[in-house]
Write a protein of this length. Structure first.
Length: 232
């Protein structure tokens, strides 16, 4: 079925590579982020009480335990730090038990599902967004953080390096590497110039995914198909 298509489109370079493994050429037209929903927040002086946010569902592939372990280490340097885990899923009870066993339950809040309309306010109060996933494609949560001016510390799972350049728009660590992710998060919290650079580079990246930009790519693709200008 796929070989018979006039044009194959994927939302990420990562999936384009997957298609390529099966001998299928594909064009990348990314998912969109609605920048009109988000406001680029000014830098916040967090002092000794930074706010960290995780906005992934509570499923094993997103490795929320990694974020919790990292937060516990960071709290040794910033005793007033807090962690908000926004999402729902089958791992919630186990994660809550983990937080209690680590004696950090007073600093960790599980929000459950957050409505789309409430996400901007969640990001607005954050000093860094952690993305600990072990498997991923092109997470919109990173784009939303970019759009809000929240520095991103993430693993390099799947297609994340295609949308977040290490040291430019985000800090990336190997999947499952507690130590590297902790070091990156501490850098963001301790180095305001770095955090500010990541914020602005992230916003520039998010603008590539705004609908006016992506719409033109879709229109061009459909026009080429209509003119039979697409090579299979």
């Amino acid at each position: 079925m796929l070989r018979g298509a006039a044009l194959r489109v994927t939302p990420s370079t990562y999936l384009q590579r997957v298609f390529g493994k099966f001998g299928l050429a594909a064009e990348v037209i990314p998912n969109i982020v609605d920048l009109s929903r988000f406001a680029f927040a000014p830098h916040r002086d967090h002092g000794a009480a930074p706010r960290i946010v995780v906005t992934r569902n509570l499923e094993k592939i997103y490795d929320i335990p990694l974020a919790i372990r990292v937060f516990r280490r960071v709290r040794e340097a910033f005793p007033g730090a807090s962690l908000v885990i926004a999402g729902t899923g089958p791992e919630r009870e186990a994660l809550q038990s983990m937080v209690k066993d680590l004696a950090i339950d007073d600093a960790v809040r599980f929000t459950g599902r957050v409505d789309s309309a409430d996400m901007p306010a969640l990001y607005a109060g954050a000093d860094c967004m952690l993305n600990p996933s072990s498997v991923d494609n092109m997470p919109n949560s990173i784009l939303e953080a970019f759009a809000c001016g929240v520095p991103v510390v993430s693993t390099d799972a799947g297609g994340i390096p295609d949308m977040a350049q290490h040291g430019v728009s985000a800090l990336l660590s190997p999947v499952g590497d507690d130590k590297a992710m902790t070091e990156h998060l501490l850098r963001v919290l301790r180095e305001p110039d770095l955090a500010d650079s990541l914020r602005h580079a992230g916003l520039a990246e998010a603008r590539k995914y705004d609908w006016p930009q992506v719409k033109q790519q879709w229109l061009a693709a459909y026009r080429r198909v209509a003119r039979h200008e697409v090579a299979s």
